[in-house]
Design a protein around this ligand. Structure first.
Ligand code: TXA
Ligand code: MG
Length: 346
């Protein structure tokens, strides 16, 4: 069986895709963050197919996607007031909340945890699909495990081929946000940011009054450490080349890269800096002046650089809070937190 491609603007798509989900199949779904690899979250056999297709470690729990905030209570219990506040302000949208899970969700979906990560995505066709299926859809990012996330239907096809490894893909065009959702854990004494994304730490703090930042966001965590969001400890978001972040002015960074440039090197930079790196195999992922273009373009650029002839990537990384914090987090993870201070190397 070949993988079926559904168009997001075909009115039949939610119904047809829902049939596949209810029958225990895999459907790649577009969301405003990245594409997800979806299955019925209540069906253990279907969930097992997600882990198998992605090559995902079994200890890495899945996010369940719901069609509206009212469904939260079906799958979670002891929901704090803060969750309702967040849902009202940011759903549908790029925010995932970790809450105590009800027994109706199989243990394998949540990798044996007593919590579940829940998100209500913005993309209309995906919410229509969830409503039509009548079940929550478990969906990790649709990339093969360890690869950069998928932000187009074509990326998904590149990872899985057309020969039915997954049953269908809904093509909703490029994901607008481009990095995975913000994850906030509401099961502790204080709300804790587990992964930065399109909903910014500043927005969360403004609404919640307080926010702890999980250390997995800003440092490398070894594989045997117990962390709250297991996915954050794996080498992740990374092409096969070694990635190095080069900090400092564009001029200093270009001078450093030119001095060290060898065959097999490439540069991932801001559009504004393309002329500076002209001799060093540059790829731009967006404009420094507009961080949303950087988040939207990051994974497509990392994927385009995932080629055997590219051995080392020098990456330019936006600094500061807001969405830049999420972009910086993904790039630093791709680089395993290796940073070169170009100003100090002058
Ligand atoms: O934007 C997104 O969140 C995308 C789209 C498809 O919705 N999904 C996504 O899923 O990024 P995934 O599986 O690639 O990343 C989910 C992250 C992992 O780091 C996982 O460890 C963490 O969420 N996670 C899942 N359930 C959790 C839980 N109960 N407690 C803590 N972390 C959890
Ligand atoms: Mg992922």
């Amino acid at each position: 069986m070949k993988t079926v491609i559904f168009r997001a603007d075909d009115p039949q798509t939610p119904k047809k895709a829902a049939e596949i989900i209810r029958a225990g199949g895999l459907v790649a779904i577009p969301t405003e963050t990245v594409y997800g690899l979806g299955a019925n979250a209540m069906d253990e056999a279907a969930v097992a197919k997600i882990f198998q297709a992605k090559g995902r470690p079994q200890d890495n729990p899945l996010i369940i996607h719901i069609s509206c905030a009212d469904e939260l209570e079906r799958y979670c219990h002891d929901i704090p007031q803060s969750a309702y506040l967040l849902a009202e302000r940011f759903w549908p949208g790029p925010l995932t909340m970790v809450l105590p899970v009800r027994d109706c969700i199989p243990k394998s979906t949540v990798s044996g945890n007593d919590t579940v990560a829940v998100r209500c995505p913005k993309t209309a066709v995906t919410r229509a699909l969830i409503a039509e299926a009548g079940v929550p859809i478990a969906a990790p990012s649709a990339n093969l495990s360890g690869k950069p996330s998928t932000t187009t239907a074509e990326h998904v096809l590149n990872d899985y081929g057309e020969d039915g490894l997954i049953d269908a893909i809904i093509d909703g065009g490029p994901s607008a946000v481009g990095v995975e959702s913000t994850i906030v854990d509401l099961t502790g004494v204080r709300p804790r940011l587990l992964r930065p994304g399109g909903v910014t730490p500043e927005e969360l703090k403004a609404l919640l009054g307080e926010l702890e930042i999980d250390r997995a966001i800003f440092s490398q965590i070894s594989n045997d450490t117990v962390v709250r969001a297991p996915g954050m400890k794996y080498k992740h978001y990374a092409p096969s080349a070694e990635v190095y972040i080069v900090t400092g002015s564009g001029e200093a960074a270009a001078a450093y890269v030119r001095r060290h440039y060898e065959q097999g090197d490439a540069v991932l930079c801001f559009e504004e800096e393309l002329p500076l790196f002209a001799d060093c195999n540059p790829t731009a992922y967006g404009r420094r002046a507009d961080v949303n273009t950087l988040s939207a373009g990051l994974f497509a650029a990392l994927r385009s650089l995932d080629r055997p002839e590219i051995k080392r990537i020098y990456a330019r990384c936006p600094e500061g809070g807001g969405v830049a914090y999420a972009v910086g987090n993904r790039l630093k993870k791709a680089a395993a937190f290796r940073c070169i201070d170009a100003e100090a190397e002058l």
